[in-house]
Every structure is written in structure tokens, then in C-alpha cells.
Write a protein of this length. Structure first.
Length: 361
């Protein structure tokens, strides 16, 4: 097995300068290998197709520099062509709303439809279709996060065989609210799950302003302060405002290989949680109560953003405080260190992908 690793940042966070930065210099696991270098746009998503094509997205909802102003030709979804080359994906047009991502002539400002606006995640499904999750939200140059307009939050599916959009799912405002922040997505394509046979997608809403969660609320653990590279990490709510502890709720999610269990955790907390997906699909009158009762705390995973599962059923998560990636093994309910390297696995890690050679590990 070899691991490919891509690094990214996803938050505006403050470093408090520590007197003594106690940071673990340990190295463990397979050696890291550079796959792609990001220069001026920081991704929150990376996904790798079965034949090795790689895709990233850049979030205008987190970095105002990425917001398209109609002249800067920015793209928010890319295919990674080589170590340092990329191309707008699936094409430059859909990445370039005429007039930019934000329509300032409305009050309040609104986002355009029919274009990619605020990409937060790119994920390939088990059929190797690329899904682009668009929050429909972008930051203004003074870092105001514009609320989503109806039709802004969308899920776009692209065929890798011809690089064409196959389907665009528009989230109604009763599902993705104006202050929602759609964050991550996983698929269960078993035909018997729904009448349409098209499968089910699970999406997290990591909104800082509104409700967040999957269907149950996932709040950060109160007062939790992570230490990254030995330095305490706080969050700045806005210009001139005091530091607070990390408020982020449910962010990354992942699904077990058989689709039966969904895993997630808050960024502002250490624990890994799971719920049987059957409880999330249930629409009966008591479904919410049953889902809440079925949530399990699987113990400490470390501070992380993205998650991934593999065919062994392991649930991988970043462990930023320890410069590491660990995995949780449901078979023995224990976490195990997978790889550790202070040179490159730090706060900035959000997503990693694995390629299993010949199905062996
Ligand atoms: C601790 O980290 C901060 C932020 O990176 C840096 O400014 C400071 O010099 C570091 N302190 C020591 C003692 O290394
Ligand atoms: C945005 O771009 C400016 C100018 O290139 C740069 O100084 C700034 O650090 C960038 N901000 C982020 C969040 O990358
Ligand atoms: C921006 O919003 C205004 C007011 O709703 C509308 O008339 C105009 O067509 C919008 N611009 C674009 C490019 O959609
Ligand atoms: C692209 O391929 C998909 C199948 O992967 C097909 O459904 C779609 O019609 C094709 N689109 C174009 C524009 O050829």
C-alpha cells in the first residue's frame, strides 16, 4: 500500500505565540510522498479517481482571495494535472460567473446561480462520478460571508469520461438555509435504499452562524483549545473581536464500506461519533429521537477536519496535535497510529486519499 498526501488549510485561525512550543518531532509509518503543490489557493477537498485522476476545490466561503470578482479568472474546482499544474474543472466557463460570484446590485448581495460559487468539497462516488458540493456562498473582500440565495447551494455531478455535467441537484431553502454551510458528502449507492434506486448522499452542515449537524446537532466541545505544533489555537470571530475557542461543529464525514454506518466529528473536539445510516434514512414520526438514541461515541480520534474509510472498514482521521493520521478500527473499537511526520502533517491537513494496490494493504 502507498499513501498519497495532499495538504490544505480550511480556516482563518489565529496563532497565539507561545513561549515554549512543545511539538512532537516523532516520525512513524510509510514515508510521505509529494503529489501536488498548492501555491496561491488552498484546497479543502481532494479526491482521486480509480485510474488516478486527482481533483481539488478551493473555498471562496473561507478565503476571499478565491472569490471570483468577474475579472480575476479564478477557478474553484480543478483537475490536478501534475505536481504544480492544474486546470479549471469541468471547464473554465462554469467556474466563471459573469460579473463574479457575488451580485452586489442586490441588497443584501446575492450569489449567482448556474455557476460554481462556493465550493467546499469534491468527492468521487463508488461509480467514479465526481460530485462537487457548492455552499452557494462566497466571502466579500472585507470577509463578509454572503448568505446563500435560493438555488445557490447545489450538488453537481460530472462524468469523468467526457468531463460533462451529468446532473445538478438544487437544494431547496428548507434543506440548505441561507446561513447553512454545506461541508462534506458521502454516498451509499445501494439501489434498494430508495424508490428511485439512485442511492443516498449524506451531507454535513458546518455553519458557524446557523444550525449545524447532519440531522442531529454536532456542536464543538465547549472551551476546547487544540495545540498545533505546540501552539494553542484560537478562532477570531471577526476583525477586532476577541479570540474564542474553536466553534466548528460537524465538518468531515465518512461512511463505512458497506454503507451501514456514518462517522463524523466536530473540528472543535476530539471524539469520533457514528450513527447507523438506517436511522438517518428513517422518515417515521420518531425518527429523530431514534437517531439521537443510536449515536455512539467511538472515543478520541484527535483534532481533525476530513475523514476517510477504506475497504478494511478502518476510519482514518487527521490528528493535528500529533502531526499524524490515525485510524479507528471498528473490529476492536481502538484507534491506531497510521503515519506521523512533523514536517507536513499539521493543522493544515484535511483530506488524504489512499490507493490500494491490488487490494492488498
Ligand atoms: C512558537 O510559535 C510561534 C508561532 O509560530 C512563534 O512565533 C514563536 O517564535 C514560537 N516560539 C518558540 C519558542 O519557538
Ligand atoms: C490574499 O492575497 C493577498 C495578496 O496576494 C495576500 O497578501 C493574502 O495573504 C492573501 N490571503 C489569504 C487568506 O491567502
Ligand atoms: C443581479 O441582481 C439584479 C437584481 O436582482 C438583477 O437584475 C441582475 O440581473 C443580477 N445580475 C446578474 C448578472 O444576474
Ligand atoms: C457524458 O457521459 C455520460 C456518461 O458517463 C453521459 O450520460 C452524458 O450524456 C455524456 N455527456 C455528453 C455531453 O456527451
Amino acid at each position: 500500500m502507498y499513501a498519497t498526501l495532499l495538504l490544505s488549510t480550511s480556516l482563518l485561525l489565529a496563532w497565539a505565540s507561545g513561549q515554549n512550543n512543545v511539538s512532537d518531532p516523532g516520525v512513524a509509518g510509510p514515508p510521505l510522498e509529494i503529489v501536488h503543490l498548492y501555491y496561491d489557493q488552498w484546497p479543502t477537498g481532494i479526491t482521486v479517481s480509480k485510474d488516478g485522476r486527482k481533483f481539488s476545490n478551493y473555498p471562496p466561503g473561507l478565503d476571499a482571495n478565491i472569490t471570483n470578482d468577474g475579472t480575476n479568472d479564478k477557478y474553484t474546482t480543478a483537475e490536478l494535472m501534475g505536481t504544480s499544474t492544474e486546470r479549471p474543472y469541468p471547464n473554465a466557463e462554469i467556474n466563471n460567473p459573469p460579473g463574479g460570484s457575488i451580485n452586489y446590485s442586490t441588497s443584501p448581495a446575492t450569489n449567482y446561480q448556474n455557476y460554481l460559487i462556493g465550493m467546499q468539497s469534491v468527492v468521487l462516488d463508488p461509480l467514479d462520478r465526481l460530485w462537487i458540493l457548492d455552499t452557494g456562498r462566497a466571502l466579500t473582500p472585507d470577509a463578509t460571508l454572503v448568505p446563500a440565495s435560493p438555488g445557490g447551494p447545489i450538488l453537481v455531478s460530472v462524468s469523468l469520461s467526457n468531463d460533462s455535467v451529468i446532473q445538478t441537484i438544487i437544494f431547496p431553502p428548507t434543506v440548505a438555509y441561507a446561513d447553512s454551510y454545506l461541508n462534506d458528502i458521502r454516498f451509499d449507492l445501494r439501489a434498494e435504499l430508495t424508490e428511485s434506486g439512485g442511492g443516498v448522499a449524506y451531507i454535513t452542515d458546518s455553519s458557524l452562524e446557523g444550525r449545524n449537524g447532519i440531522i442531529i446537532e454536532v456542536r464543538s466541545e465547549r472551551g476546547f483549545v487544540p495545540y498545533i505544533w505546540g501552539v494553542p489555537l484560537y478562532y477570531i470571530p471577526g476583525p477586532g473581536q476577541p479570540l474564542t475557542t474553536t466553534p466548528l461543529g460537524a465538518d468531515g464525514i465518512t461512511i463505512s464500506a458497506d454503507g451501514s454506518e456514518l462517522y463524523w466529528g466536530p473540528v472543535g473536539g476530539l471524539n469520533l461519533y457514528s450513527v447507523p445510516t438506517e436511522r438517518l434514512r428513517d422518515q417515521s414520526p420518531n425518527s429523530e429521537l431514534l437517531a439521537q438514541a443510536a449515536v455512539q461515541n467511538r472515543g478520541q480520534r484527535g483534532v481533525s477536519d476530513g475523514f476517510e474509510t477504506d475497504t478494511n472498514g478502518y476510519v482514518y482521521a487527521g490528528n493535528m496535535e500529533q502531526n499524524a493520521i490515525s485510524f479507528y478500527n471498528p473490529a476492536n473499537a481502538s484507534p491506531t497510529l497510521f503515519v506521523m511526520d512533523p514536517r507536513s502533517i499539521g493543522w493544515i491537513l484535511v483530506r488524504f486519499t489512499f490507493s490500494f494496490l491490488h487490494g492488498s494493504e
